[in-house]
Design a protein around this ligand. Structure first.
Ligand code: TXA
Ligand code: MG
Length: 318
């Protein structure tokens, strides 16, 4: 099993030896390796059992550091970086040749972000290279928001997990780029569409849902528990599945309980940030409990509710 601790120099030593280290970020835990070293990066794909080599996000310590790995930042994207880095924003930017093709799957753009987590920022500042890191879960499963989630699923494959506590945002970063002057959101995430539009005006949301997407996080079925997940009205779902032990994920005040129902509430006070921070750990808890099925109600389609519903729909897709 992996050693769990908060020692930056241990993490640094492993990373310098081409090893993998799980790192905390404000969104989800990442499975990190030296982004400039193809051998180290290849180990990420091996550990995650990703079926194909899909592009990885490169984590840097700040905007100035990002300039070492990209040839330009378009003015609108620069505004977003200045406003929201460090934070749950990944920008697709034209890459320099020091970023190996394995990191971008041969694409011309590299996904870059500055994570908003003190331990990981300190680690990044201490290293001479940036960190390529996908979410630290086996391919297709729920992203980890705690060190112990990583330990359970990937602990036997990596030497060290840098423990930075629970992830404060709990949803992956929002992925943004620019094509022909249009700002495009490729993945909904911890930074809402409204927050982005407040800085750059109207954007186009283009979530790829095909079966052979460029971005694996956009696969129709992803972030998925092993148990069946059903979306809809919780009471109706309970009636439809009468006789089964039911896990239920609610949002807002609930007056509805039952002996065969294990109820989890994302946020009784309807706080979207709180809901996002709870989502993945609740899905995991129910997946590991003795319920037969998991039922969830969708949130209002506004703010972070859009990204949360996106993850719920992918968790429910077969
Ligand atoms: O919040 C996050 O973004 C977390 C933390 C660890 O930073 N990382 C994360 O990585 O969610 P991952 O690999 O699970 O999802 C990254 C998504 C994938 O869908 C990938 O295809 C897309 O970003 N992506 C990365 N680089 C890209 C590129 N150059 N062009 C297009 N899509 C890219
Ligand atoms: Mg992922």
């Amino acid at each position: 099993m992996a050693e769990i601790g908060n020692n930056i120099s241990i993490a640094k030593d492993f990373l310098e030896k081409q090893q993998l280290v799980a790192i905390p970020t404000e969104t989800v835990y990442g499975l990190a390796a030296n982004a400039l070293d193809s051998i180290a990066v290849a180990r990420i794909f091996e550990a995650k059992e990703r079926p194909t080599f899909d592009p990885l996000i490169v984590h840097v310590s700040g905007l100035t550091d990002a300039l070492n790995y990209v040839t330009a930042i378009q003015p609108s994207l620069m505004k977003l970086a200045e406003k929201y880095w460090p934070g749950p924003l990944t920008l697709l930017l034209p890459k320099k040749s020091n970023i190996p093709d394995l990191v971008t799957s041969g694409l011309d753009r590299v996904g870059i972000r500055v994570p908003d987590h003190a331990l990981t920022l300190e680690l990044l500042r201490s290293l001479r290279f940036p960190l390529a890191a996908p979410s630290a879960n086996p391919f297709g499963y729920i992203s980890p928001t705690r060190a112990e989630h990583v330990q359970k699923q990937l602990g036997h494959k990596i030497p060290y997990i840098l423990d930075g506590g629970d992830c404060s945002v709990g949803l992956e970063s929002t992925i943004v780029g620019e094509e022909d002057g249009v700002i495009i959101i490729y993945r909904l995430g911890g930074l809402s569409v409204d927050q982005i539009e407040a800085v750059v005006g109207k954007v186009s949301v283009q979530l790829n849902q095909s079966s052979n997407p460029k971005a694996p996080g956009q696969l129709k079925s992803h972030y998925a528990p092993k148990k069946p997940v059903y979306l809809g009205d919780l009471k109706e779902l309970q009636a439809a599945h009468f006789g089964k032990k039911i896990g239920a994920i609610a949002f807002g005040e609930q007056t509805f309980f039952g002996p065969t129902i294990l109820m989890k509430n994302l946020s009784p006070s309807k706080n979207y940030q709180e809901a996002a921070a709870h989502l993945f750990s609740f899905l995991r808890d129910l997946d590991e409990s003795d319920v037969d099925i998991i039922t969830c109600e969708l949130l209002p389609e506004q703010g972070l509710g859009l990204a949360i519903n996106d993850r719920l729909r992918r968790a429910a897709a077969i």
